[in-house]
Design a protein around this ligand. Structure first.
Ligand code: THU
Length: 129
C-alpha cells in the first residue's frame, strides 16, 4: 500500500474514534478496514451499561463490511485516544483471523505507525477445519 493509502485509512480510523461511545472506560478506539475493492468501513468502540455487551471498534468495522457483502480484506488501521499503540484484544484477533486471514494492521501511536500481520498477532488461531 502507498503511504497515501495508509494515511487515508488512518485518517478514517481517527474520524471513527471521535464517534466512540465510551462513557465507562473513557478509552476511545477507531478502526478502519479496507476491502478488496478499495472500500473503507470504519468502526468505533460502543460500550453498554451492561459492560459485557460492549463492542470493540475492530468488530464494529468488520461486521459492517461483512453485512454489506464484502470479503477479501486487505488492511486495518487502529488508533486510540491515549496516544499509545492499541493492540487488538484476543477476541478481535480471533475473529479478524477468521474473516481476514493475511490482514495487515497499521497501528498508530504518538510515536509513529507500526505494521503487523494478523498471523503474527495470533500465531495459533482456533480453526475448525
Ligand atoms: N477496545 C477496542 O475497541 N478495541 C481494542 O482493541 C481494545 C479495547 C475497547 C473496548 C472498551 O470499550 C475499551 O476499549 C476498553 O475498556
Amino acid at each position: 500500500m502507498s503511504q497515501e493509502d495508509i494515511q487515508s485509512l488512518i485518517t478514517s480510523a481517527e474520524d471513527a474514534m471521535q464517534r466512540a461511545v465510551a462513557p465507562y472506560s473513557k478509552f476511545r478506539v477507531g478502526a478502519s478496514l479496507l476491502t478488496g475493492e478499495g472500500k473503507i468501513y470504519s468502526g468505533c468502540n460502543i460500550e453498554n451499561p451492561s459492560l459485557m455487551l460492549s463492542i470493540c471498534a475492530e468488530r464494529v468495522a468488520l461486521v459492517k463490511a461483512l453485512s454489506e457483502g464484502h470479503t477479501g480484506f486487505k488492511a486495518m488501521a487502529l488508533v486510540s485516544s491515549d496516544g499509545r499503540y492499541c493492540f487488538p484484544c484476543g477476541s478481535c484477533r480471533q475473529i479478524l483471523h477468521e474473516f481476514a486471514p493475511g490482514l495487515i494492521l497499521y497501528l498508530k501511536s504518538e510515536g509513529g505507525v507500526r505494521k503487523y500481520d494478523i498471523g503474527e498477532l495470533l500465531p495459533y488461531p482456533f480453526e475448525k477445519e
